[in-house]
Design a binder for this molecule. Structure first.
Ligand SMILES: [Zn+2]
Ligand SMILES: [Zn+2]
Length: 380
């Protein structure tokens, strides 16, 4: 399959599309699946493929995200992006190609297959989280999915290796939008107004006490206040200051405690100084928590198809987020990292960078991993 996979991946790579605009990509996926005589269902830019086994059994879902990023490619590769300012810098071209490879492998063997394989081609991983809308749309039903598997390429690992972790692999995120209201007045007569800049300074300081004082030192959380703006002139008391922050935790309960506390701080500190504060939270992705037994299945599959010593165990979770977590909230399964680098040839630029590229041997290895793992689930 190597050349076939490389051709598909390079085609996606040349034609990257931003989140929720993956029309050409979804068309191409659908066309390829139909070519393999696989039934498909399309909703927007999401594509679900269904391979029904010749024998009864369970249903395993394999997921690939398909969107690209607003980055100008600087790899100089002959298959570099043809779309100015858009690039597959997170390897989702690779994920889509690998899933098409697994689709081909299973479709050619469907008669002997003890169960079904569902293929989830998911849009908008990088922005709004296409996983949630696919789940709402019923991608885990009819037939009901028993297990879900997903992977992400990782350039810090050489092709031929996989990185696994039991339990929590990725944290959860929340965006905090804070608005502090005061009352404007001349800077020489502060007693006539309420200074929103001063209140915001106290709010920032108090918010930075939350992780230190309301999270156990054995748990993890980070709060970063990345934006602040307000005021019009040096000699006018600002009547409004707006702040923006991101909150990352590995445990959703810790996240909820911190959001509650942050709200008390914003409202309480502002009120105590004569102003008012409002905290608006938009919840991002939930924490990604692997099923440990499913991770054992992945480890066994890796030993089988990639060879002994191919598994690297990840010690700590990442505070980065991944919306595969929503599938894992619904069904048991696991997410893992597939090596795509080749350090000896300098292929190791990080994800989301303009120089990100892969060693294409990871394509066939990814197909082998997905196929071997899915088969183990189907065979019980
Ligand atoms: Zn990404
Ligand atoms: Zn990604």
């Amino acid at each position: 399959m190597r050349d076939w996979l490389s051709g598909i991946r390079r085609d996606f790579h040349r034609n990257p599309e931003l989140s929720q605009e993956e029309n050409r990509t979804a068309d191409e996926i659908e066309r390829r699946l139909k070519e393999l005589r696989i039934e498909t269902r399309r909703t927007g830019t999401a594509v679900v493929g269904m391979i029904r086994g010749g024998k009864p059994g369970k249903t395993v879902a394999l997921r690939a995200d398909i969107d690209a990023l607003p980055i100008r490619e600087e790899t100089g590769a002959k298959y570099a992006s043809r779309r100015e300012g858009v690039m597959h810098a997170c390897g989702h071209d690779v994920h889509a190609a690998i899933l098409l490879g697994a689709a081909r492998w299973f479709s050619e063997r469907s008669a002997e297959l003890p169960g079904n394989v569902k293929l989830l081609f998911q849009p908008a991983e990088e922005t709004v989280g296409g996983a949630e809308s696919m789940i709402r749309d019923g991608c885990l039903e009819n037939p009901r999915v028993d297990f879900v598997l997903g992977l992400h390429v990782m350039p810090y690992l050489d092709a031929g290796k996989v990185e696994l972790k039991k339990g929590t692999l990725n944290g959860s995120s929340a965006t905090l939008n804070i608005s502090i209201r005061g009352k404007s007045a001349h800077g020489a007569y502060p007693e006539a107004g309420v200074d929103a800049v001063l209140i915001s300074a106290h709010v920032v300081t108090a918010l930075h006490a939350l992780v230190s004082r309301y999270v156990s030192p054995l748990d993890s959380a980070v709060l970063t206040i990345g934006t602040i703006s307000g005021g019009t002139r040096t000699n006018i008391l600002a009547d409004e200051v707006v702040l923006g922050a991101t909150l990352r935790t590995v445990d959703d309960r810790v996240r909820d405690v911190l959001v509650d506390r942050a709200r008390s701080v914003v409202e309480g500190v502002s009120a105590s100084l004569g102003g008012s504060g409002v905290l608006d939270v938009s919840y991002g992705y939930v924490a990604l928590i692997n099923d440990n037994a499913c991770v054992d299945v992945l480890a066994a599959a890796a030993e089988e198809v990639l060879g002994p010593g191919s598994v690297v165990w990840k010690e700590k979770p990442s505070m980065g987020v991944e919306d595969f977590s929503f599938f894992l909230r619904e069904r048991p399964g696991a997410f893992y990292h597939l090596g795509c680098g080749k350090s000896s040839r300098g292929i190791c630029a990080p994800l989301h960078s303009s120089k990100f590229d892969i060693d294409e041997t990871c394509l066939a290895l990814g197909v082998a991993m997905q196929a071997a793992a899915a088969l183990r689930f189907l065979e019980g």
